[in-house]
Structure formats: C-alpha cells, structure tokens
Design a protein around this ligand. Structure first.
Ligand code: PAP
Length: 335
C-alpha cells in the first residue's frame, strides 16, 4: 500500500486535509490491487485502475478543490496525445503574450506549462499551490470524467474540458514502449503479449481505456459547451481546422487579423512532433531533471498506425473486436 510518505507534514495540515488523507489511507487497502506496468501498484477505484497517489489527488479534488469558471482541463487517457494537446492549448490561450521565436514551449516541456492536476494538487500537501495559479488555469488530467465532482461537470460551472482520444492499437503500442522504458531494470522485461492481454482486460493506468473514452464522449454529447472531444488522427490530418475548433470552443476564436498573420499556422508548426521533439529541453534525460520520467520519453514516433510494426494481425483483430463490443449500442464509433 502507498502511505502518507508523500505528505511528511500531514499532521501540520488543516483538519479537512488530514481527514481526506486518512480516508484515502483507509480506503486503499480495501480496493482490488494489481501491479502497475512499470512501478507501483494500481487500485481499482470507481471502475478504473489508478495509482494510490492519483486516487489521493482525486479525493483531494473532490473534497477541497475550488474550480474557477476560467479553468481549462486538458483530459486524456494516457498516450492519446497529452503532450501535443497541452502544447496546442497553451499556445492558443497565450498566443498574444509570446513571440513564436522565443516561446515558452522552446524552453519548457508542455507538462511544466500545463501541469498534471492529480500531481500538483498534492503540492504543499493541500490545494494551496493550485489555488495560487493565476487565471486562466491550464491543467491536465488522466482522471476519468466520472471522477470529477459535479461542481466541475455540471452545466452551471463554466470550467471546460478538452479531450483527445486515439486508436487503441496505437495507444497500446505507445504505452508498452513507455512502460518498457520506465520499468526498473531489476524487473523482467514487459512481454508485449502479456501486456497486451492486460490492456485488453482493461488493466492499465487509468484503464479500461474504452470506459475512459466513453465517459468523455457522453459528456461531450450532453454538454458540448463543456467538453470538446477530439481525435488524434483528425488533428494529424487537419491540424489547422482542429486548432481553430479548439480556440472557438475555448471562447477565443482567431480574428481575421490573426488569420492574416498566419498565427494558426505558426501554432501548428511550433507544436508539431518535429518541432517539439527537436527542442533541446525535450531531449533532456531524467538524470538531469531528477524526475522518474525524461522529457524525451514523451516523444517517440508521433505517427498514426505504428501498431502495424508491433501487433500481429490476430492481436489487431482482437483489439478491434473488443472496441466494437465495448461501443456497441453506445452511439459512438471510433471511425
Ligand atoms: P502521456 O499521456 O503519458 O502524457 P502522451 O503525450 O499522450 O503521453 O503520449 C506520447 C505519445 O504522443 C507518443 O506517441 P507514440 O509512442 O505513438 O510515438 C508521442 O510520440 C506522441 N506525441 C508527443 N508529442 C507529439 C506531437 N507534438 N505531435 C504528435 N504526437 C506527439
């Protein structure tokens, strides 16, 4: 079980926070558990496999986070395009503040500009850090939509979610590569076949993948002003149109003057895989960053359909079949 080791000074916190930590510490051992693909345990929490640390983040959110109407949440199931969407949303929102030749995205990884919500909500052991971020706050999450409190998801709160999903075959391959890199060398390597079976059973970080996607898709249908639902493959195919769509959804459409200055084109170029993966900051290794993950780990190929190089036709067929079954009668179609 993961304990309060992340919060060494928990006793010094307000009673309300202490209560949340205590509730979480009591809850975790009662949940079904399994080993994560790299390090740590995953717990089955409200139907999703999540680390203890992120469950605690979710509980802190539930009990203490004060959303603002200007909050923008970049939401994804892991490996669906989080890094890319963070970069796009950051550059859309801040387009008037920076020159493209000397842009923050040339000096910082998108995760430092659009922080990971389940993680930073722990910073300082309370929500004080996240409360102190100036508006509009740009946050990023892997939490399923159903885990957000109603004060963030009902139509009266104006905070917005931009979600991106991707072909599960490419998601699995990307996740397997990522996990293989992160996995401690003392452990046996992750077999592609065994990991594939886990993914198919929904046992992966924030899995089952399909339930995650469906949660946001339903929300986008019910509340189109609150949740924008994008597809990685569409953004690859038509990046300019997608960037305009995101800006419009966020209430900051491009003006004719901005269009004349080709701001949309510059955003797309800056955030492209080629540009981002070649920034020195994104070539950094974790040893220099004192982090468990290197910035460079978030850039592999950035292509559509790389699964053909890793999955057998039988595996691909199996995953497609699961996808079809999961989506049956939902009204949603991956294609
Ligand atoms: P996360 O959910 O763990 O934060 P995320 O950024 O979603 O990771 O996943 C990384 C994937 O996005 C990688 O895909 P691949 O393994 O299939 O190559 C990565 O290459 C891809 N990616 C990162 N940046 C971009 C980008 N600017 N454009 C397109 N794809 C990108």
């Amino acid at each position: 079980m993961e304990t309060s080791k992340y919060f060494p000074s928990v006793e010094t916190l307000d009673e309300g926070y202490q209560k949340t930590f205590k509730n979480c510490d009591e809850l975790l051992p009662t949940l079904p558990q399994t080993k994560g693909w790299w390090f740590g345990q995953l717990f089955q929490y409200h139907g999703f496999w999540i680390s203890g640390f992120c469950i605690r983040g979710s509980m802190l959110n539930h009990d203490h986070f004060k959303p603002r109407s200007t909050d923008i949440v970049v939401a994804t199931s892991p490996k669906c395009g989080t890094t890319w969407l963070r970069a796009l949303v950051f550059s859309i929102i801040n387009r008037a503040s920076f020159d493209f030749s000397d842009h923050p995205l040339r000096k910082a990884n998108p995760q430092d500009l659009v922080p990971f919500f389940e993680k930073i909500i722990h910073k300082d052991g309370s929500t004080s850090f996240v409360d102190g971020i100036p508006s509009p706050r740009l946050l990023s999450t892997h939490l399923p939509y159903s885990l957000f409190p109603t004060r963030m998801t009902d139509d009266t709160s104006a905070c917005r979610f931009v979600y991106i999903y991707r072909d599960p075959k490419d998601v699995f391959v990307s996740k397997w590569h990522f996990a293989s890199k992160l996995r401690p060398k003392e452990l046996p390597p992750l077999s592609l076949e065994e990991t594939f079976d886990l993914f198919c059973k929904g046992v992966s970080h924030y899995g089952p993948f399909w339930d995650h996607v469906l949660g946001y898709w339903k929300a986008s249908v019910e509340s189109p002003k609150k949740v924008l639902f994008l597809k990685y493959e569409d953004v690859k195919k038509e990046p300019l149109g997608c960037v305009r769509k995101v800006a419009e959804f966020l209430g900051v459409p491009f003006t004719p003057e901005e269009e004349n200055k080709e701001i949309v084109e510059q955003i797309v170029k800056l955030c492209s895989f080629e540009s981002m993966s070649n920034q020195d900051v994104n070539k950094l290794d974790k040893r220099y960053q004192q982090r468990p993950v290197s910035n460079s780990d978030f850039f592999r190929k950035g292509e559509v359909g790389d699964w053909v190089n890793h999955l057998s036709p039988q595996m691909a067929e199996k995953l497609d079949q699961i996808t079809e079954e999961k989506l049956q009668d939902t009204g949603f179609n991956f294609h």
